[in-house]
Design a protein around this ligand. Structure first.
Ligand code: DX5
Ligand code: ZN
Length: 224
């Protein structure tokens, strides 16, 4: 993954009854990444997709970058292995969901995927200081996880900037920072200015009528 500004379309806002065609349309519009939100009714108050669906997506789209965001608790070796084998390119989980973040980040890489940790709005970034060597990316929640269509919480952008500074000072300037929640034409520039590289877009992309123009507007806002 080259470092530049990348957009990850969250299928939470896609047409679930015509998902294959919707993902095809998103890729045709040149979305960079497909973001796959896994929710278990325990870590968050919502229930979404499992490894069977991921496997079907991988089969139809062998070249796509599939970004699996695990909002499940507890994290186990089986869960990570299931999503890696189903075809994930990137897997991230929340540190609150396991006492073994180091072990599971290592496992994700051993299974051939990019490894990431996800920080909720109120989760401090300090534990990252001990994990740089294990991390390909950090996903900063810019809303409280569970649902699409929420408003970005401005205080989370300071955390993005803090992590960018911490990583650079630790010699890990190549760490990718991803933001998730409330990213839209009106907020994407502030996310980029804080240091984000990858932008998850659910309602600002999959809920729009025209994916090409939605993406063009997002890219345009980054220039502005
Ligand atoms: C929320 C999910 C997000 C969600 C973002 O818990 O992790 O990926 O789809 O949706 P928007 O972009 O609508 O805030
Ligand atoms: Zn997500």
């Amino acid at each position: 993954m080259e470092k530049k500004h990348l957009f990850a379309g969250s299928i939470l806002s896609a047409d679930l009854l015509d998902l294959g065609q919707d993902i095809q349309n998103a890729l045709d519009a040149k979305i960079d990444i497909i973001h796959f939100d896994v929710m278990d009714y325990h870590f968050v108050q919502n229930l979404t997709f499992g490894p069977g669906l991921l496997k079907a997506i991988r089969k139809r789209f062998p070249e796509a970058i599939l970004d699996v965001h695990l909002m499940v608790t507890p994290i186990t070796e089986q869960i990570i292995t299931d999503y890696a084998k189903a075809g994930a390119s990137m897997i991230s989980f929340h540190p609150e969901a396991t006492p073994h973040a180091d072990r599971y980040l290592t496992l994700i890489r051993d299974l051939g995927c990019k490894a990431g940790l996800v920080l909720n709005p109120a989760t401090p970034p300090e534990l990252l200081r001990y994990l740089w060597e294990r991390l390909d990316f950090v996903l900063v929640m810019t809303v409280n996880p569970g649902f699409g269509g929420q408003k970005l919480i401005p205080a989370t952008l300071q955390k993005v900037a803090d992590i960018r500074q911490m990583a650079t000072e630790a010699g890990h300037g190549d760490l990718l920072l991803e933001v998730d929640g409330g990213v839209a034409v009106s907020t994407v520039k502030a996310c980029a200015d804080a240091g984000a590289d990858i932008f998850v877009v659910g309602s600002a992309f999959f809920a729009q009528d025209n994916y090409e123009s939605a993406l063009a507007q997002l890219h345009g806002a980054l220039q502005g």
